[in-house]
Structure formats: structure tokens, C-alpha cells
Design a protein around this ligand. Sequence first.
Ligand code: 48F
Length: 258
Amino acid sequence: MQRLDETEISKAILNSYHEILLARIVSDVVIVGAGPAGLVAGTYLARQGAKVTLLEKRLAPGGGIWGGGMGMNVAVVQQEAIPVLDEMHIRYTPKSEGLYVVDAIELAAGLCFSAVQAGVAVLNLVAVEDLCVHQGQVTGVVVNRTMISGALPVDPIVLSAKAVVDATGHEAVLVAALRKRCLLPSLTDGKPPVEGPLDADSGERFVVEHVQELFPGLWITGMSVSATLGGPRMGPIFGGMLLSGQRTAQQIAPTLKA
Ligand code: 48F
């Protein structure tokens, strides 16, 4: 075995990481949140040649997939989303009435692998704190290290993009940043923007049908659609998240060519 030099190991990490980060100061698309919706959106966009950066505040990307339902690591996916699983080479087993089950570990790992293989730069331990807005258009995100964000008085940096996606799930962090500045009108007929009670069928449809560019340059996808617009919760079924991510990519891709 060759003699290992600790200095060279450290250099390899520093050089490679900073090369990646420098190359991502400007992206076509920045997606915030590496749950199922963000990962799928990123993969489809990158497969079409977009330069996609996916930011995740936690150590492990995968969002709510890992725990399946009530910590039982099995994910349920409905018939309509099976083509997405096929395109990501993720296996499934048919159950009853158009429902399929997927090993939650294979789903999370498979979506992460597909994203990285497609060319998405997934940067974990990066928390998005705010948005950059120029003349009514979102132009980037304000980021810090997760361990620093909110804990220490250290300034963040900015990563710019033509399109930014809020894929932060229930938290809808980027939408909240706009709301705080009164940059968004009421989207819920004056009612507080909270998710409705659980209704799997309506909830799953809602997160797909309401994917949209909410503010110039800012899209919402996955659970952040429900959190923003007051849609129903859907419980432990994941097809809607996959299809929501796919639809987000379909909406953003043509805007990048313009
Ligand atoms: O919560 P999450 O998995 O959102 P999703 O893709 O999918 C929702 C489902 O997992 C589940 C469900 C199934 O029916 O309802 O809830 O819409 O992933 C959101 C990711 O965003 C990260 C968070 O850690 C998670 O991995 N995130 C949240 N806030 C930030 C963030 C932030 N400020 N900066 C970076 N990442």
C-alpha cells in the first residue's frame, strides 16, 4: 500500500470542494431542499443540460423519505408516478389498487444518486437564510453553513441563479422570506397560510397542480406548495412529491432557453 500523506488528503478535499463552490457561484437553477421534490426537479433539469445546484441544510439529503410512515421505512407510491421511478432506476413492488411500495432507503439513495449522476451539485450542510431580489426578480439565495446559521454573528454569502426553487417542505422558507417583507399578496383569500387537514387524494393532486412561479424567479414545489397555498396534507405517500418535482422541471426548463 502506498504511504499516505495527510497534507495531500486535506488538500484534495479543500481544492475539490472550493472548485465546486466557485463553479456554483452562478447557476441556472438553485433548488433549496433535497427532499423528494427537490431531488426529482434537479435531476430532470440537469438531464436537460441545466447547471443545477441543490442546497440542503441537513447532513443527509433525502428529506422526509428515510422514515417512510411513522418511522417504518417503506414508501408508498401511486401508479401515476411509476414512470419517474423507472427513469431513476428505482425498484418497486405492486400492492393493492394502483399502489406500489418502495424501500425508503432505496428511494432516498436512488434519488440522490440519480441527481448526482445527472450533474446536480448537491451541497449539504448549507442553510438558505434569505433571498436576493433585484427589481422585483429573485436573483439568488443567501447561504450560510448550517452550524453557523442563526448561531453565530457571521455573514452569509450569495449564490445566484436564473431560477430559484423553494423545495423546503413544510417550512417553505423562501416563501416566508418574501412574506416577511410583504412582497407577496395573500394567496389564501385572507386566511392564514396553513396546510389543511390530511386528505391523501386531494393533497397529492394539489402539490402537482399548483406548482408555479410564485414570484418572478421563484418556484414552489412539493410540500412547500401546500404550505404556501394552504393545500391539504397528504400523509405518507410520495408519488405527488415526485410528480411535483417533475412538473417543476417542466415549467423551468423552457424559461432557461429564453
Ligand atoms: O420535507 P421534504 O422531504 O420536502 P418535500 O420534497 O417532500 C415532502 C415529503 O418528504 C413528506 C410528505 C410525503 O407525502 O409529505 O413530508 O416537499 O424535504 C425538504 C428539505 O428541505 C430542507 C430540509 O432539511 C429537507 O431535507 N430544508 C429546509 N429548510 C432549509 C432546507 C433551508 N433553509 N436551507 C436548506 N435546506
